[in-house]
Design a protein around this ligand. Sequence first.
Ligand SMILES: Nc1ncnc2c1ncn2[C@@H]1O[C@H](COP(=O)(O)OP(=O)(O)OP(=O)(O)O)[C@@H](O)[C@H]1O
Ligand SMILES: [Mg+2]
Length: 175
Amino acid sequence: MSATVRAGATAVVTRDEGETRALGALLAGLLEPGDVVLLVGDLGSGKTTLTKGIVAGLGGGDEVTSPTFTLVHSYATDPVVAHVDTWRLGGTDEVADLALDEVLDAGGVAVVEWGELAAPLFGDDALVVHLGPPPEPDGPAERRLVALRAASERWRGRVARLAAAARGAGLEVRP
Ligand SMILES: Nc1ncnc2c1ncn2[C@@H]1O[C@H](COP(=O)(O)OP(=O)(O)OP(=O)(O)O)[C@@H](O)[C@H]1O
Ligand SMILES: [Mg+2]
């Protein structure tokens, strides 16, 4: 990883589902109206789990499920969270048809599973969160490397604050 990328990136290793939720709740505390969070990771990597933490951190309940068939679930949190799953969509055009910009313009935030399909719509404005197994081949299966990449000033300071908060909460933060 280059020094330039590192300046706007942090990685947290979560040891179980609860820690991924806790990280989501910490991220929730930094969200602002109009934010887009793109979640990138394989099946079962923890995208919905992180979203549960975000919704809970914004005062929502624990009813969050993957919006695989309905495409978008909105939660009456503050700000409103539109939880999106693009798994069944065929292309970025179909993500555009979801009119997420209306949610954002109204002061909501969008959290998008399989976010790579939505990335061209938001460019560097979005926070990209990669979830996957950490590089150690023989570690416990519950461990996830959650890498957050701020590509713009919109996120850079907040990613640094999140890293500090995660460290303070006892999570394993990697440089
Ligand atoms: N550290 C961890 N963080 C998150 N989930 C974990 C962790 N360890 C184990 N798990 C388990 O992995 C699964 C993650 O499921 P989740 O629905 O969050 O993934 P997903 O990326 O949304 O999957 P999908 O691609 O099907 O939408 C859950 O069963 C959870 O209990
Ligand atoms: Mg999911």
